[in-house]
Design a binder for this molecule. Structure first.
Ligand code: ADP
Length: 429
């Protein structure tokens, strides 16, 4: 027999002792005294039991605050066991709370949203990412039906139709989400939300790029093919017309070559496998070269000035040459004859600055923010006329990003533009 199940022994001993006391009293002082003494002893025993029962009921009402008495007789064992149960319960609760807090921490670190609902879609819990994705507020919305909180018809259809093996693609405001509903534990369901806005945007950019690039290549190819067809059908073309056709085909070939070269440059600049290899850049000789190239491009139609008043920097000379060159070439291309182009290299409080200022055609304010997008042009005709690929400023933007530099564009329609590149002081050698 286990010692724990022996708690009845003190009770039996006490009852035997009371019976003995009654017997002895009866023997010495008669039956009345014996019964009286027996009554008093049983009453005392009952009062003691009542006292401890009262203690127990008090403790059960408020086990956190009240300390259980040590007990007496069988109560000592009962109270000790209750204490042990309570301690085990506290330990289990503490373990559960710790596990729950670890689970919540892990859920809060997830890049995806997680919503836990009961079988009738009442919100039980969600992580902060789900709050952002689905515009929920756990404190406010807990216990509410999720279909009342996310009032999108596609979402409600998805829930009603119950084809949960297929994810749902849902657009909420600016955000594009992929939503999975996973039933679990028979009476609960998990909703997982994955934000694909950025991936979708990149995919759209990639599709646009391919569509634009194909379109850009198709135009010169059509021209070349047209002339080749004429040449193959009209063998009697006079030499002046033939020379003119060859000139136009060469121009279109050059245009395709520029485009392919710019696309390759952009791809290289975007590649993380192709980091900047910093070297000392001799700013003076680079800018003098750019000035003389652009004077040649201008053919004397513009005044092109150069002012150098700043330090050399560390960076990729080839990339900077291409970015600065693009900005100056644009100034020549978008400034009518007789205009002026100033190329300036100077130091500032924030670090060195490269500025190209022209008094050319200028740009309307609504175009300025989009100029560095690939193939974005204000005037397509003019850009093509001057052999533009529409990728120049996109290349500039990428080169500057790789050099932790920023581009600001100020322009006024009909008055001219200023493209200012700001380098950090840390770029200085
Ligand atoms: P593009 O090959 O068409 O010149 P860019 O990316 O270099 O392509 O420039 C994008 C557009 O920005 C140009 O088509 C032109 O409309 C505008 N732009 C760039 N530089 C200037 C400038 N200096 N003055 C006016 N417009 C400019």
């Amino acid at each position: 027999m286990s010692p724990r199940s022996l708690f009845w022994i003190p009770i039996v001993i006490r009852l035997i002792l009371i019976s003995l006391a009654i017997g002895v009293s009866n023997y010495f002082w008669g039956a009345t005294v014996g019964i009286l003494i027996g009554f008093v002893l049983v009453l005392a025993l009952a009062l003691v039991q009542l006292h401890f029962l009262y203690q127990l009921s008090l403790w059960l009402e408020n086990p956190e605050q009240i300390k259980l008495a040590d007990g007496f007789g069988a109560w000592t064992d009962i109270f000790a066991r209750l204490y042990r149960l309570r301690r085990e319960d506290q330990k289990n609760r503490a373990e559960l709370a710790e596990w729950l807090s670890r689970f919540r921490q892990a859920m809060n670190l997830l890049p995806d949203g997680v919503v836990i609902m009961d079988d009738v879609l009442f919100l039980e819990w969600c992580n902060p990412v789900a709050e952002q994705h689905l515009r929920l507020n756990l404190e406010r919305d807990k216990g509410m039906r999720v279909t009342n909180l996310i009032r999108s018809p596609e979402f409600i259809d998805y829930i009603i139709l119950g084809r949960y093996e297929q994810p749902l693609s849902l657009t909420l405001g600016e955000r594009k989400l992929i939503i999975h509903l996973i039933p679990f534990e028979q009476r609960r369901q998990i909703l997982v939300t994955h934000d694909v806005t950025e991936a979708d945007r990149l995919e759209q950019t990639r599709r646009d790029f391919i569509a634009n690039a194909s379109h850009e290549l198709r135009t010169p190819l059509t021209v070349i093919n047209g002339f080749l067809e004429i040449a193959s059908h009209q063998t009697d073309l006079d030499s002046a017309t033939r020379a003119q056709h060859i000139k136009l085909m060469t121009e279109q070939g050059k245009r395709m070559q520029n485009l392919v070269e710019d696309m390759l440059s952009l791809t290289r600049l975007e590649s993380i496998d192709y980091p900047v290899r910093p070297e000392l850049v001799d700013i003076r000789s680079m800018l003098e070269q750019i000035q003389s190239d652009n004077k040649a491009l201008s053919g004397g139609r513009h005044e092109v000035t150069l002012t150098i008043n700043g330090p050399d920097i560390n960076g990729s000379a080839d990339e900077l040459q291409s970015a600065f060159g693009n900005l100056v070439t644009n100034a020549v291309r978008y400034t009518p004859e007789g205009g002026r182009i100033d190329i300036i290299w100077r130091d500032s409080e924030l670090g060195p600055q490269f500025i190209v200022r022209d008094n050319g055609i200028g740009i309307k304010p609504e175009h300025i923010a989009r100029l560095t997008e690939r193939f974005y042009r204000v005037d397509k005709g003019r850009s093509r006329e001057t052999q533009g690929t529409g990728l120049g400023l996109a290349i500039v933007k990428h080169v500057l990003m790789r050099h932790q530099a920023t581009l600001t564009i100020e322009s006024e329609l009909g008055k001219g533009s200023a493209f200012c590149v700001q380098f950090a002081s840390s770029a200085v050698v």
